[in-house]
Design a protein around this ligand. Structure first.
Ligand SMILES: Cc1cc2nc3c(=O)[nH]c(=O)nc-3n(C[C@H](O)[C@H](O)[C@H](O)COP(=O)(O)OP(=O)(O)OC[C@H]3O[C@@H](n4cnc5c(N)ncnc54)[C@H](O)[C@@H]3O)c2cc1C
Length: 392
């Protein structure tokens, strides 16, 4: 039997970041990854708030573009322009970055086993089986489920995880047409609470995608319709098509059970409003590594429960606010959305969003909108009260 202090199931960006931290502490760690090659296929828009640089290593060579702001489009194209004079976010080469993070973990001493799909585990004994005939058995003091939206580790102590589908195209315009300083985000009741993004990676190339409660064909229809109806994309060639899943945030999900913990998409650690999971996942990887390290040093597996406590203390309120924002968006018709954009424009919200808006934390902006009564002017009283009550 292969014995380890920690077994990390999944060598995605969050699992490998955790593995690096724990290997740096001198523990014996293995990453079991079902794929033959890390990071492929791409399943990400690759947009990361500038905060990433404080949270994880991001070498400049993986940054394809820096963006300063966004154009937010209503269904009938009322546009809000928000942004700052310094870069707010990076557009990254996600495939390269995933590989880099795994290399960093291996350099720190973690073992990587590709083509190792975990089929079964025992959260009490720490046994993990790999392969069709459970032919390989690993044993860990701790098992970390960083195995993505349909986590096998989570299945062991949670109901089946729920996800929504996302689709994305890589577009080539063959000439310089894009404003590379800004992303474009479109809302429409047809795809709420999801949205459609256009993220420039150069003046001639962009990632266009969306997530919504639709199947792959439904998502493709919306994307094709969008490209065909906007004259700007008349000569666009679709170089690549991608698809992926975004976990639905579940506040009731157990993320610690006996010797197992969940991390990243496996723990539904994603921002409900945007589906972004990297920054929150990386923050949780650090939190989890501290707790796991203490549990191993003290030889007391019960310490693992502190990870769930810390995670909730840090993120529960922010995620609750985002869930409320998401529910409100879901309830609005296209007419409501247009009216809302109009009122926001009239109420000088562009300046307020530019000052207080943050890709990763929306509660600060919502608080400001309540304070200066902007939220009251755009939403029915009942909804405003529901959001306001989150701070009481
Ligand atoms: C279209 C799309 C666009 C996105 N855009 C953004 C964005 O712009 N910004 C952002 O922050 N986030 C974005 N996200 C979300 C982001 O990609 C995820 O939050 C992130 O990948 C989570 O990392 P992870 O390591 O937790 O999981 P994953 O990246 O899913 O990695 C899990 C790993 O586990 C492996 N695995 C799964 N099951 C097993 C098993 N049984 N045994 C062994 N290995 C297994 C998988 O092969 C995979 O390598 C987007 C997602 C999608 C789908």
């Amino acid at each position: 039997m292969n014995k380890f202090d920690v077994i990390v199931v999944g060598a995605g960006p969050v699992g490998s970041t955790f593995a690096r931290y724990i290997a740096n502490e001198g523990f014996k760690v293995v990453m079991l990854e079902r794929k033959r090659e890390v990071g492929v296929p791409l399943q990400c828009a690759g947009l990361l708030g500038k905060k990433i640089k404080d949270i994880n290593i991001l070498p400049d060579e993986y940054i394809l573009n820096e963006v300063y702001g966004a154009y937010l489009h209503s269904p009938s194209d009322i546009i809000l322009k928000v942004g700052r004079k310094d870069p707010e976010a990076y557009v990254i080469d996600r495939v390269g970055y995933d590989k880099f993070l795994v290399e960093q973990a291996v350099d720190a001493g973690a073992e990587l086993l590709l083509n190792h799909r975990v089929k079964g585990l025992d959260v009490k004994t720490g046994e993990v089986c790999v392969g069709n005939n459970s032919d390989k058995i690993f044993q860990g003091e701790v098992i970390v489920g960083a195995d993505g939206h349909a986590s096998r580790v989570s299945d062991e102590f949670n109901p089946k995880s729920k996800s929504v589908m996302a689709a994305q195209y890589l577009l080539d315009m063959k000439k310089d047409v894009f404003d590379i300083d800004n992303v474009n985000l479109n809302v429409n009741s047809n795809i709420s609470p999801g949205f459609l993004w256009m993220i420039p990676i150069s003046k001639s190339m962009a990632r266009i995608g969306l997530f919504a409660n639709k199947d792959y064909n439904g998502l493709n229809e919306v994307l094709k319709d969008f490209i065909n109806h906007d004259t700007c994309y008349k000569n666009a060639s679709i170089l690549k098509k991608y698809q992926g899943f975004i976990p639905v945030y579940n506040s009731k999900k157990k993320i610690v059970k006996d010797r197992a913990i969940l991390l990243g998409d496996a723990a539904s650690q994603v921002k409900p409003t945007t589906g972004g999971g990297l920054i929150i996942g990386f923050e949780c990887a650090k939190m989890a590594a501290n707790t796991v390290s203490r549990a191993l040093q003290m030889e007391d597996i019960k310490i693992l429960n502190e990870y769930e406590y810390e995670y909730k203390k840090r993120f529960k309120n922010e995620l609750k606010v985002q869930i409320e924002v998401q529910k409100i968006f879901e309830s609005l018709t296209n007419e409501d959305l247009d009216k809302m954009f109009l009122k926001l424009k009239e109420g000088n919200a562009e300046a307020l969003i530019s000052e207080y808006g943050d890709m990763d934390t929306q509660s600060t902006l919502i608080k400001e909108m309540i304070k200066n009564r902007l939220l009251f002017s755009i939403l029915p009283k009942l909804l405003t009260r529901r959001i306001g009550s989150l701070w009481k």
